[in-house]
Design a protein around this ligand. Sequence first.
Ligand code: NAD
Length: 320
Amino acid sequence: MSNAATPGWKHAVVTGGAGFVGSHLCAAILDAGTAVTCVDDFSTGRPENISELRDRPGFTLVRANVSERLAVGRPPDLVLHFASPASPADYLRLPLHTMEAGSLGTRNALALAHDAGARFVLASTSEVYGDPQQHPQNERYWGNVNPVGPRSVYDEAKRFGEALTTAEAEAHAVDTAIVRLFNTYGPRMRGHDGRAVPTFVRQALDGEPLTVTGDGLQTRSLCYVDDTVRGILALARDGMRGPVNIGNPTELTMLELARLVIELTGSRSEIHFVERPTDDPAVRCPDITLARDKLQWEPRVSAEEGLRRTIAWFRDHGHD
Ligand code: NAD
């Protein structure tokens, strides 16, 4: 990525920068010549995710819970608010922390952007569409979310974060954007974080059965992390408010995904069917017309290629 890709930015703040997506985002911004302050409390992120960044010029780590306070050394031009547990296993374990990251954390990150006159990007999610009754989902769809179901701590926190971001843009003219990420995968996911790709890859590499939930016919669309990061930065640069879907519209059933992982790892694992979690969406597929038309963004990495890279990383780095 060239400097032209980050027009005028001298300093970006990435909350949740030690997480899976956040660490790739920090690296891409540094690569483009912009200094990065990563703010993280390591509640679900790992120090090793940013170990390669810590010695790079321009990288600063602030260990803090963004729901309590968000103070950085010098004013940023860009604030990317990515701090939040994201995998169901994490947000079910940390329900109040998750609700606070979406509410108080978003408020603090917006205040930082407001005070600095910075561009602000909220990491929202396809979960705002719930178990969707429209397929594929475009940004005008309001969603079908159970407000008191187990997933609500995450879904509703993100919906509140979107509302707060919109209110700040209206009330205080903060330059905001909302990106709705669909399932993203790649290196640095945790093998036990409960999401389908790292779970299947870990199980296949360990020769354990791959645990497919329900009948495995529920679909997800999986976007490789490099594509996701490129989409997030395209929105940050563009100045558009959104919300904008960033995801890969190629849909796979969970059964197809499990079979592909077995094939690509060369594993002899079998597939076992287990109970499906409550409120697990039946389908999930982004309509990315807006991102294509306005940001000239679309994914480039196929599921097969992205999975090959992910499997190679898990082989090299272990998969706890
Ligand atoms: P992750 O759990 O790997 O990363 C989240 C990071 O935020 C972690 O480093 C964690 O320690 C940090 N964090 C959590 N609460 C914090 C707090 N209160 N203060 C400071 N740091 C805190 O998850 P991820 O998959 O990288 O997701 C990153 C963001 O992208 C999240 O906001 C998530 O909702 C969003 N998102 C991710 C996906 C995906 O498929 N990965 C899909 C949709 C949305």
